[in-house]
Write a protein that binds this ligand. Structure first.
Ligand SMILES: CC(C)(COP(=O)(O)OP(=O)(O)OC[C@H]1O[C@@H](n2cnc3c(N)ncnc32)[C@H](O)[C@@H]1OP(=O)(O)O)[C@@H](O)C(=O)NCCC(=O)NCCS
Length: 160
């Protein structure tokens, strides 16, 4: 990341639309919501992009102070969101994305490390992150950041 002048800062309300757009542009084939649409089509008049973008609204509603954005030359180019379970001492990273043009330069790792620092400061004893088995980048990046695989989950759905 030495060649990039990137600032990681706390989320602000003005970032919301940018983060929603970045999410829709970034996820696609690695989002369970997109897989549901691929299999079952659109229902309820809302496509996978609308549902996936809503995850960001949920993240900031739940823990805005634990959402961080990466800014490069005044432009938001990535983000990481977190949840802090103080009762159980578990920090979780629900969403992480880096703009396609900025990938492969260590920014994803920096955002994860920032979230881990935030968890440590909050006194968490464990950090969790999930990825789809179809996402090869997560399966390389997360162990590289120190996470260990502990189990695999299978997603089921049916049309009603
Ligand atoms: C996941 C994501 C945030 C990573 O961002 P990034 O800035 O590219 O991350 P980094 O540069 O720190 O690291 C990416 C690593 O994945 C590796 N990688 C890239 N493409 C890969 C592929 N197809 N298969 C396996 N590894 C791959 C890179 O080589 C790099 O590892 P390295 O540092 O050992 O070389 C970004 O790819 C993204 O936004 N993806 C879409 C959304 C997403 O999948 N989010 C996570 C959901 S679980």
């Amino acid at each position: 990341m030495s060649d990039l002048d990137v600032l990681i800062r706390v989320y602000e309300a003005r970032d919301l639309e940018v983060l929603r757009d970045l999410t829709v542009a970034s996820f696609g084939s690695v989002a369970v919501d997109e897989m549901l649409e691929e299999r079952f089509g659109v229902w309820n008049g809302r496509d996978w992009k609308a549902r996936k973008a809503d995850h960001i609204d949920e993240d900031v509603a739940a823990n805005a102070g634990g959402c961080f954005v990466a800014e490069c030359e005044g432009r938001v180019v990535g983000y990481v969101t977190t949840r802090v379970d103080r009762v159980n001492g578990i920090g979780r990273i629900p969403n992480l994305a880096v703009a396609e043009s900025m990938r492969g330069r260590g920014l994803g790792r920096r955002l994860i490390e920032h979230a881990l620092g935030f968890f440590r400061e909050a006194g968490m004893g464990l950090a969790k992150i999930e990825t789809m088995a179809s996402n090869p980048i997560g399966q390389k990046l997360y162990p590289a950041c120190g996470f260990e695989e502990v189990g695999r989950q299978v997603h089921y759905a049916m049309r009603l």
